[in-house]
Structure formats: structure tokens, C-alpha cells
Design a protein around this ligand. Sequence first.
Ligand code: PMP
Length: 306
Amino acid sequence: DEMDVDTIWMDGEFVDWEDAQIHVLTHGLHYGSGIFEGARCYDTEEGPAIFRWEEHLERFYQSAKPYEMEIDHTAAELTEATLELIRRQDLASCYIRPIAFYGYESLGVSPGDCPTKTAIAAWPWGTYLGEDALENGIDVMVSSWRKHASSQIPTNAKTTGLYVNSMLAGEEARRNGYAEAIVLNKEGDVAEGPGENLFLVRDGELYTPGLSESILDGITRDTVITLAEDLGYTVHDNVSISRGELNTADELFFTGSAAEVTPIRKVDNVVIGDGSRGPVTEEIQSKFFEVVERRTDEYDEWFDYV
Ligand code: PMP
């Protein structure tokens, strides 16, 4: 396997990679009835530190709610399991993937007595959108696929089944030579990326689609809003952004636990700003990395040290 993992935490135990198995009649496999998280642990002067773990765990439990999924482990247990997973594998920095899903009991759509299975994996993971994405930005396309509306499926829950939409949009973009997609919501306004939130810069102010635009309530989105406001920027975080506004933006960037802060230089081959990482994006991105790498004492409450 190309994932450099030897230990996985599963249902309360640390198991070897090859023993972390599930049954082919697992409910979550058939119906997408799983919820998950993606967090990063950064290599800092004080050793590995998980960024905004509490918020990720909180969203994990919240995501389970619409599906009436009871996670059999407390936040304290999941935290200890994660810290131990990082220690056991001696990871300096890593991506962390907790998941909970309905297992096998019966195969009706109703999960009935299906047990909830819970697992956590951690592995080293570099830049999500390619080596030079952070510095030079990426080219994206507006997907022909629309994001599901929050009236059709809870988009504020990080549910496994939702990600077939992300896959369709992302793969369509890559098939057409772009690094990633921007997905519009059912109304035709900008929602987000397949695994990222989106920010627009215009006349020195920041704009990002509001929570009612069928987006995931991203933790990096929240981080960037906080950092930008603390840097003195005005952030409009409850707006609708029309497709055309993408083209006329001074700057655009994606945010996400995997994507971090990734500049966008072209949308549908229309050059955004001057076609490189813009000055506002650069300032926020460099603040973001200063914070997550703990090159500052600020925002220490956002970290769990391993
Ligand atoms: N939107 C979607 C659809 C996502 O999958 C993600 C990644 N979790 C994000 C936005 C960004 O969220 P976060 O910053 O919490 O990783």
C-alpha cells in the first residue's frame, strides 16, 4: 500500500494495517452511511501538534446526528486513541482520518440494529493539490455538476455518501486538465470546492459563501475568517457569490484541512487578478503557516500537543 500506515485504531483497539477489515455487506458501503473527519497534525518546535482537534471532533459527533448514529466512544477516548496512534507510528506531521459508519447486521436501508463501527487512521500527507499549488496557485473549472442542496441532504454533516458528488466534480475537472473544481449550489451560486471552501478578495475585503449556500462549515474557513479579521481585514462570511463574480475577483483561494490555503490563478481559463498568488492571499497564507507551525505564541488554544 502507498499509505505509510502500520497501525489503525478500530473499535477501541490498535490493530495492524492488514487486520483493519470490514464485511462486504457493511451498511455504510452500500448506502454511504458513514461520517468522517480530516484533520492535520503539524511538525512544530514543541513536537507534533494537532490543529483544531476539538472542533474536528465536535463536527464528527454533529455529523452523526442526522443519521441517529451513536458513536460508542467518548471524545476523550478518541483523542487518546489519536494521540497514541501518532506516538506509536512516530509521526512528526500527519493527516488524521476518523470515520464512523453503520456496520453489518441487515441490509435494509434502515440501519436497524447495525452496529456503529469507528476507526482512526493517521499517515504522512503532503500538499493536497500538488507541490507548487501553495506558491503558484491552481487552475480550476466550474463543474457541470451542482452540489446537493442542504434541503436534500445535510451538507453541514461530513457524510461519506456526499463525496460521490465531490468525486464527479473533481474528476471532471482533472479529466479536462484542471487541478480542481468549483461547485455551484442548486441555485447556481458559488458553493465550494469538492473538499475545500472558497474565498474571494475584492477591493481589499474578503467574501465567502454563507452557511445557507449548501457548504460544509469548514474549520479552515473559520480559521481564515479569524486570522483575516485579526489582521484587520473586513470579512463578509454570509454572502451569495454569483458565478460571474469569480471572473472579476481580484483574488480567489481555497481553504481546507487538506488543501490548507491554496491560491486559484484561473477559473475556466479566465485569469484571476494577475494570474498568480495575490497579496491578500499571500498574507493570510503566510499567517496560517506561521500559526500551524507554531512560529508564534498566538492561538495556542487551537492546538493539542502529542
Ligand atoms: N467543503 C468540503 C465539501 C470538504 O470536504 C472540506 C474538507 N473537510 C471543506 C469544505 C473544508 O473543511 P475543513 O476546513 O474543515 O477541512
